[in-house]
Ligand binder design. Structure first.
Ligand code: FES
Length: 379
């Protein structure tokens, strides 16, 4: 253990931790932009600078380890002035379109500019330098005019998704985040998981599918579990006027954290799709309580040609759940009576909950009386 002083308070902590970690553990707020707990720290943005007694420069708290006897000031006048200047330099390279920006309300740069009363500099901003919506990716909207070069997109892609789509090109004022050495995201092996969007602190990377549909304060977040596979990832559905308009990562998800695949993050349009099947469907002849043979005879009699040309009796038609389930139960009973319980097999699904799969097991073994039950995850 080592002893340090943080804002005048004596603290005992472990060597090797960063100033930021120790401050967090002690309940001291240090602002950050390029830092994210899921990613390797890079010390790029210098928002987290602190004053270390005896040091020649202000130190970036996210990459500076604590050392025995360190005396740290996290919000001295010098530190606050420097952070504000850093923010104003970022704003000088930032479009002044917060009023119409999709990320307003959840933009970390906006929050910090507000906290430090940083202004768009009087000498003006650089304005539009890059094409807006510059990448053909169908899900990710790229507007590098809003990029603050924090590199969180690059790290999220490399360290979490392991795709290395993003990189840094050029140097100095021309420095720029680019996909695939200047090609485009898909050509750079992007799988459209949207991790880069989830970690972007500004509107440089945002979601194309719901762009312009709602600001952060206009949506209600509903935490749910993804229904696509059995991993059990959680995320938040963004709901506006009782309609799901998007998905955002929920950092508290126990299984996946912020990570999602393309299906979980962008495959939600089926929810309100007009073609979505929301009621069970059964063959028409079953609904009418007739036997297949009876229907076939009727049709043949009426039309004088084979039933295969007149398939209406075999059409799928909507039915109430009770009716559909009764038909299924009756069919199972008939098959069991005629051929035995082992003539029936049940295949369960990774898209169901554990509890639902458990119930299917009970249905197979105890109700139907067969051990023929399996799960699609074994295929
Ligand atoms: Fe530490 Fe960016 S948060 S340098």
């Amino acid at each position: 253990m080592i002893n340090i002083k943080l804002d005048g308070k004596d603290i005992q902590t472990e060597a090797g931790k960063t100033i930021l970690q120790v401050a967090k553990e002690s309940g001291v707020h240090i602002p950050t932009l390029c830092y994210h707990k899921d990613l390797s720290p890079t010390g790029n943005c210098r928002m987290c600078i602190v004053e270390v007694k005896g040091g020649r420069f202000l130190q970036a708290a996210c990459v500076t380890p604590v050392a025995e006897g360190m005396e740290i000031e996290t919000s001295s006048e010098k530190v606050t002035r420097d952070r504000k200047l850093t923010l104003e330099l970022m704003l000088a390279n930032h479009p002044m379109d917060c009023l119409t920006c999709d990320v307003t309300g959840e933009c970390e740069l906006q929050d910090l500019a507000y906290e430090y009363r940083a202004k768009f500099p009087e000498w003006g901003t650089k304005g539009k330098r890059y094409q807006i919506d510059s990448d053909p990716n169908p899900f990710v909207r790229v507007d590098m005019n809003k990029c603050i070069l924090c590199r969180r997109c690059e790290l999220a892609c490399a360290e979490i998704q392991v795709r290395d789509v993003w990189g840094v090109a050029k140097r100095g004022f021309s420095e720029q985040i680019v996909a695939g050495a200047g090609t485009n995201m898909l050509e750079a092996r992007c799988e459209s998981c949207g991790q880069c969007v989830a970690y972007c602190p500004t509107g440089a990377l945002s979601n194309k599918l719901n762009y312009g549909m709602a600001l952060a304060h206009q949506v209600r977040k509903v935490t749910t579990t993804c229904s696509y596979c059995g991993v059990g990832c959680q995320f938040d559905l963004l709901v506006k006027n009782n309609k799901v308009i998007g998905v955002s990562s929920n950092p508290n998800s126990p299984v996946n954290g912020m990570a999602l695949c393309v299906k979980g993050r962008y495959g939600y349009d089926y929810i309100h799709h007009p073609d979505r099947v929301t009621k069970p469907r059964v063959r028409r002849y079953l609904l009418e309580g007739k036997k297949k043979e009876e229907i076939r005879e009727q049709i043949e009699e009426k039309r004088g040609k084979p039933a295969s040309d007149t398939p209406s009796a075999w059409d799928w038609v909507e039915a109430e759940w009770d009716v559909a389930l009764e038909i299924v139960a009756e069919k199972f009973r008939m098959i069991k009576e005629a051929h035995g319980a082992d003539s029936i097999g049940l295949l369960t699904s990774a898209k169901c909950l554990n509890e639902e799969n458990y119930l299917m097991n009970k249905l197979a073994r105890q109700v139907i009386g067969t051990n023929n039950i399996d799960h699609c995850a074994r295929l």
